[in-house]
Design a protein around this ligand. Sequence first.
Ligand code: CO
Length: 172
Amino acid sequence: MKIVHYPDPVLTTPAKPVTDFGPRLKQVVEEMFLTMYTEKGVGLAAPQIGISRRIYVVNCAPEQPPEGEIALINPVILKVEGEQCGDEGCLSFPGIFVQKVRPGKVTVRAQDVNGKFFEVTGEGLLARALVHELEHLEGKVFIEDIEPAEFIKVRKDLESMKREYKKAHATA
Ligand code: CO
């Protein structure tokens, strides 16, 4: 599956809840994991492949997949604790990294591909990924709410991404 790049409007559109836990959902989740591994990411949200639904996948484990795979459907944040600051990127913004403050620890409640509810608690990179991907479902991208100094560093890259997008989507 192809990754949607900034500034595609699907990235800034709030995603709709999943209501159908049929075979199509399982297929989408499977393809999302494959796409994430191909692109060497640790998280991927459905809007990033053009599907505006509340689905995301993460895998921050160092072991061979399927170890560490988590698929979250209709996720909500239950609890955030502490703070961490570090470099963060996004598959929809290739080559762009900014310093970003995130919770140090987070607990998310979601449904699995069968509709069963579960909770996951993550620290460090997993906490960062769980929050980053959930924000994609709210139509929020990671370059929002960054320090002005960080924004200045990536401003030109963002402008060129906008130009590329415009060129690729220009009508004849
Ligand atoms: Co992202």
